[in-house]
Design a binder for this molecule. Structure first.
Ligand code: ADP
Ligand code: MG
Ligand code: ZN
Length: 494
């Protein structure tokens, strides 16, 4: 029996506003800020405090919904989702339920299997919870959840994150592989970054994934029981956990056993999913409309303004790059995948309008990405400016330096932030295109290696590359390679 995975993703994205969703506390970076340094009576859940919705957060939510092609509700309703957990001081989370901000969108993804459109069921606003840290007692045999151990362990609560605006984006169960799930997540992250709604900084937990997974026999139209894997905080974890669940469930079906609907976690160390609790039903949350907040009204005028302010989105930019710069779809994908890369690429042509875009694309995705990886930095913090890269590519295209010199200069520019001109002048790296010194170097080489010359003339053509390398070496890599090749052919032919 062959099984097909059915996957739907719920994505929680923190909205990068200055202040929280329902109070004026600042949104702080929790990897830096002191615990509980950004808390007020509203987000601490004190009785009698009244929430007020953050207009900017709503606006950001609408931006995302519009970019996903959703229908925006003229009126949406905040609702209380009641549950008890120590990171939730009010005892309920303000979310949206029956009437969300937006519905019926779609996101186009590109995988190794081609293009697909994934339907987005809903986009709604809510608030984040606080954060618990569990200080464990030493224990020889910790439970997989890292919790539930006895002894002198204790838990700490930080409410800085409580009330931070969150956007929940829920897909239809349209994804059909772990790879698709990962790529959907990456594409969505990229979109959120383009929209300046979310930094996409997964290590800071500003973007979290929940994968709903079931499997069914290929050819069937039914949906089987699903499990939900929570708190996937990297694309690797998302893909691995999904794969693991697909295999686990396929095996259960295969053995004629049932998949139990449950909420699961992902054990990063052991690379397995584990059961956290049986799935709660909607009734368990006793949703009801939030009495302290009026319905959220989005006027046509406001909507039109937000739409007009949308930046160029990745899909549109991709098409434009293919058209305007004559790039391949592959190159366009690579450049558009990160907004900062796309902008870096385009800035090159402000300085060097005549530079060949394909050349620029190759140098960015090849050598520059290599240097960035090696140094472990991202483009925005690199010392190599797009203006300086334009300078280097201009020297290359004008034949002032050759490609191998350009590589050396690039590394130096990357390390020092200097311009290409300055490095080439200081180190005397200008390419030698004069015929005379090249001719002289070649005659000397051939005179010194009569045996090789003879072998070449007897048909050992591979020696051409050897001769070429020797000439380049004797000229310290600065000779114009095309002239060297032509002259070598000529002299060897004689
Ligand atoms: P909740 O998690 O609150 O119960 P839903 O029932 O609306 O929410 O579904 C949440 C997610 O589960 C959605 O992304 C949806 O696409 C996905 N989903 C629903 N049914 C299945 C299924 N049988 N297999 C896999 N995913 C599913
Ligand atoms: Mg869910
Ligand atoms: Zn507050």
């Amino acid at each position: 029996m062959i099984y097909e995975p059915i996957i739907g993703l719920e994505v929680h994205a923190e909205i990068a506003t200055q202040s929280k969703m329902f109070c004026t506390c600042p949104v702080v970076d929790n990897t830096i800020a002191a615990a509980n340094s950004a808390v007020c009576p509203v987000c601490a859940g004190m009785p009698g405090m009244l929430p007020v919705a953050n207009r900017r957060a709503v606006e950001f939510g609408i931006r995302v919904a519009l970019a996903l092609g959703c229908e925006i509700a003229p009126v949406s309703v905040f609702a209380r989702k009641n549950y008890f957990y120590p990171d939730l001081p009010k005892g309920y989370q303000i979310s949206q339920y029956k009437q969300p901000l937006a519905e019926n969108g779609r996101l186009r993804i590109r995988t190794s299997q081609g293009e697909r459109e994934i339907r987005v069921r809903r986009v709604h606003l809510e608030e984040d919870t606080g954060k618990l840290s569990h200080v464990e007692p030493p224990h020889p045999n910790p439970s997989p959840t890292g919790r539930g151990t006895k002894g002198d362990g204790h838990s700490l609560i930080d409410l800085n994150r409580a009330g931070v605006p969150l956007l929940e984006i829920v897909s239809e169960p349209d994804l059909r592989s772990a790879e698709e799930a990962r790529i959907y997540g990456e594409t969505l992250r990229n979109l959120l970054r383009y929209l300046a709604v979310n930094s996409g900084d997964m290590q800071k937990g500003v973007l979290r994934f929940e994968a709903n997974i079931s499997v069914r026999e290929v050819g069937s139209d039914d949906f089987n029981t699903r499990t939900e894997v929570k708190n996937l905080n990297s694309f690797r974890a998302l893909e691995r956990a999904t794969l693991y669940e697909i295999e686990r469930q396929s095996e259960l079906h295969h053995k004629g056993q049932r998949v139990i609907q449950q909420t699961m976690g992902w054990d990063e160390a052991r690379q397995v999913t584990f059961s956290q609790r049986s799935k709660e039903e909607e009734d368990d949350y006793r949703y009801f409309p939030e009495p302290d907040l009026p319905p959220l009204v989005v006027s046509q005028v406001w909507l039109a303004q937000i739409r007009a302010d949308l930046p160029e989105l990745p899909e549109a930019r991709r098409s434009r790059f293919i058209e305007q710069y004559q790039l391949s779809a592959y190159d366009a994908d690579v450049l558009v995948a990160e907004q900062e890369v796309a902008e870096y690429f385009e800035t090159i042509f402000v300085t060097g309008p005549k530079i060949n875009p394909k050349l620029a694309a190759n140098w960015i995705s090849g050598d520059l990405f290599g240097l960035l990886n090696q140094a472990g930095v991202n483009l925005s913090s690199a010392r190599l400016s797009p203006q300086n890269l334009a300078g280097l590519l201009t020297l290359l295209e004008d034949g002032i330096i050759n490609a191998s010199t350009a590589k050396t200069v690039l590394s130096e520019m990357f390390a020092s932030g200097e311009s290409a001109d300055a490095i080439v002048e200081r180190r005397g790296l200008r390419q030698i295109s004069d015929q005379e010194p090249i001719k002289a170097a070649i005659s000397q080489l051939l005179a010194e290696n009569p045996a090789e010359v003879q072998q070449f003339q007897e048909g050992k053509e591979s020696l051409l590359n050897w001769f070429f390398g020797q000439v380049m070496r004797s000229m310290k890599g600065k000779a114009n390679p095309q002239i060297v090749r032509d002259e070598l052919q000529r002299q060897l032919g004689e």
